[in-house]
Design a binder for this molecule. Structure first.
Ligand code: 4AD
Ligand code: MG
Length: 480
């Protein structure tokens, strides 16, 4: 018989029909005469209850059915006698496709810690939490493409292997085929990359922005959505060495247009998840409530997950300059009482995530967009303001997360861009193509990068970025 997805069985009104379901056993309860098997195939957070008559199905079959086993069940779909509208499957025959020995199968029908499940990432999709996250992640990817497609943007695939460091932070993973034990050396004794695969030094990209700019300066509205790589040694709950970034780039757009686009996109995506993933969100909401019970009073969020999402939709994001942000932070009670690990002393320092979260969660109590940062803490490509000190940067800060988006208006003037590249000692030769666009038909343009996993943290209420990507890459960890 043809398999039906469990999502189409549990909710349907078409009952009293013969169906086949396949999936993995979440739990089994058995009494003398009857066994109840909760079956899941990933298509929904809900399990299909399979009811098996012990005499009819046979103890030899039922004894092989434990948590983790895979089975195929033929039977009659009927309305459940129990409360709730779920249907159940009365088994006529059960085939065990793959057993899971309960003495060694790592996932037992009990609460496992997220840390434990990270070590079992090859199996954690089989838990309710990770299957919910996987479905939400899929929906968000779809939502991103829909948002841009509906607005006339073109999706651009930008290179993964690159010879340039877009962010200029030098946090890149080298790509090389040279023999690490005896690489060819040049006359100065340095590794001779002209003999490497690409004839030059190459790395995994930290951002698709520079190439997206090239496309925007012809196609007007483009976006990339690709993997990006950062060799920064930040072992935090918000950093990955490999993460996915959404980077729109728009010609004829200034920093205000850029802020509008960022706010529209974030609200659209939050609305999208509320409209399309409510069952999974309700499950994640309850998971979070349980988790918060174990937290200290002051660490608990004042809102539940769904309230947080609705709250973002309701509020107009606060827009302030870096200088205003520093004033608020400097004069805050937190700063005076020395509650920040990095006290705010003066103008010019980068904001830490504790500062960002203070502004969002304690002061403005809504998402905040900060603009016009000191040029010395931002990348070379940002448009310079007339004050000579700041650039037209923008960071979007979210509750629980801190920075979720970083972007800017771009420096479109040839002389100013070149000056900045020289000041920052960026190798001009590797950027000739980028610089050249400012000589031929340059226009004002802007863009930003949304960290996809940071967005996933926000919409799922998970606390650690390692739990919102299937196989996280972090310092000392590239298992699976
Ligand atoms: O602020 P970032 O470094 O900006 C850029 O890369 C620009 N080229 C984007 C652009 O203008 N097109 O990174 C953008 C976002 C951050 O706001 C954050 O959400 C996310 O990417 N991000 C990370 N997410 C997970 N792990 C990391 N190590 C991240 N680093 C940045
Ligand atoms: Mg940033």
């Amino acid at each position: 018989m043809k398999r039906t997805d469990i999502v189409d069985l549990v909710g349907t009104e078409k009952v009293n029909v013969k169906v086949n379901a396949k999936g993995w056993v979440r739990t089994k309860r058995q009494s003398k005469n009857v066994a109840f098997i909760a079956l899941n195939d990933g298509s929904t957070i809900r399990n299909l209850q399979v009811v098996a008559d012990v005499a009819a199905i046979g103890e030899d079959v039922l004894s092989k059915i434990n948590t983790g086993a895979s089975v195929s069940v033929d039977g009659m779909l009927v309305e459940s006698g129990g409360s709730g509208q779920a249907n159940e499957l009365q088994a006529e025959s059960i085939e065990v496709l793959g057993v899971a020995d309960p003495d060694v199968y790592p996932l037992q029908p009990k609460r496992h810690s997220l840390e434990f499940l990270r070590e079992k990432a090859h199996l954690r999709f089989r838990t309710a939490t990770f299957s919910a996250i996987t479905r939400v992640r899929h929906a968000m990817i779809f939502g991103v493409h829909k948002f841009f497609n509906d607005r006339g943007f073109y999706n651009i695939h930008t290179p993964i292997i690159t010879g340039s460091d877009a962010e200029g932070a030098g946090e890149m993973f080298r790509v090389s085929v040279l023999d690490p034990k005896s690489p060819p050396l040049d006359e100065q004794g340095n590794v001779d990359y002209t003999q490497d695969f690409f004839g030059k030094e190459t790395n995994l990209t930290v951002s698709g922005q520079l190439e997206a700019e090239l496309a925007a300066l012809a196609m007007s509205k483009v976006y990339t959505f690709g993997p990006t790589f950062r060799a920064e040694n930040s072992n935090t709950s918000r950093h990955l060495a490999e993460f996915w970034m959404i980077e729109p780039e728009v010609a004829f757009a200034d920093i205000n247009d850029n802020m509008d686009l960022a706010e529209d996109m974030l609200k659209y995506l939050v609305e999208y998840v509320l409209e399309n993933c409510m069952e999974d969100l309700e499950f994640l909401n309850n998971r979070l409530k349980e988790e918060e019970k174990h937290k200290k009073e002051q660490d608990r969020s004042p809102m539940n997950l769904i309230e947080r999402l609705e709250f973002v939709l309701a509020e107009k994001f606060e827009r302030i300059s870096y200088t205003e942000a520093i004033d608020v932070l400097r004069n805050s009670n937190y700063n005076k009482k020395k509650k920040f690990s990095f006290p705010i002393e003066g103008w010019g320092a980068d904001l830490q995530s504790e500062h960002e979260r203070y502004l969002v969660e304690k002061h403005y109590k809504k998402p905040v967009i900060i603009t016009d940062y000191p040029k010395d803490i931002k990348a070379f490509y940002m448009k310079q303001n007339d004050d000579g000190k700041t650039v037209r940067a923008m960071d979007v800060l979210f509750p629980q997360i801190g920075e979720i988006i970083g972007g800017s208006q771009r420096e479109e003037e040839y002389d100013k861009l070149l000056m900045r590249i020289e000041e920052m000692k960026i190798p001009k030769e590797s950027m000739w193509w980028f610089i050249e666009t400012r000589q031929f038909g340059t226009v004002p343009h802007s863009g930003f990068g949304l960290g996809f996993e940071r967005l996933m943290l926000f919409v799922t209420g998970m606390g650690n970025i390692r739990d919102v990507i299937p196989f996280p890459r972090t310092p000392q960890n590239a298992e699976f």
